[in-house]
Design a protein around this ligand. Structure first.
Ligand SMILES: [Zn+2]
Length: 171
């Protein structure tokens, strides 16, 4: 095992060995909604989102072990950040700041991680992952694994957190 096992943030105890890295595959698997065809995010109605604008929509993942996890999506189908026209890219920068600030307004938030992966669905989306404050084990990238380990928030707490984000976005 690499020294990652010694990190305070490592979520697991016990004997572990890294998996063998397999050789490269012939080609990468297609992502959901590739080329905008049968894209679930394009097909989703505004009702599924907690906040929408002319060009953007904010999607809440279901209640999990963290205060909130939301995805910022473009309304139109783009695949990569580099595909965005300048006007949308500029607006994205302002929105990232605005959404991060809105999530912090929940209170007791230690950090809001703003990330882009995009290996699942092709429709361009940014992750906003809030971690609670004062829990040093949840610091850094392992927070996403901790999110799978911790029990989901009570429904009413999670909804109140989302309401706080929406209220702050309206200000
Ligand atoms: Zn799409």
């Amino acid at each position: 095992m690499p020294p990652v096992e010694e990190w305070e943030t490592f979520p697991f105890d016990g004997d572990m060995t890294p998996r063998e890295l397999l050789p490269p595959v012939e080609r990468e698997a297609p992502r959901q909604g590739e080329g905008g065809v049968d894209c679930r995010r394009c097909a989703a109605s505004d009702d599924e989102y907690i906040w929408t604008s002319e060009r953007w929509r904010l999607y809440p993942l279901q209640a999990s072990g963290l205060p909130v996890v939301v995805l910022l999506e473009t309304r139109e189908h783009y695949a990569e950040p580099g595909d965005l026209p300048d006007e949308l890219a500029a607006e994205l920068g302002m929105l990232q700041a605005r959404i991060e600030r809105a999530i912090r307004s929940i209170g007791e938030i230690g950090r809001v991680h703003v990330c882009r992966y995009g290996d699942g669905g092709e429709h361009l989306h940014w992750w906003f992952i809030a971690r609670p404050t004062r829990l040093p084990q949840l610091v850094g990238s392992f927070v996403e694994i901790w999110d799978e380990i911790l029990p989901p928030l009570p429904e009413e707490v999670w909804r109140a957190n989302l309401d706080a984000v929406v209220a702050a976005l309206g200000e």
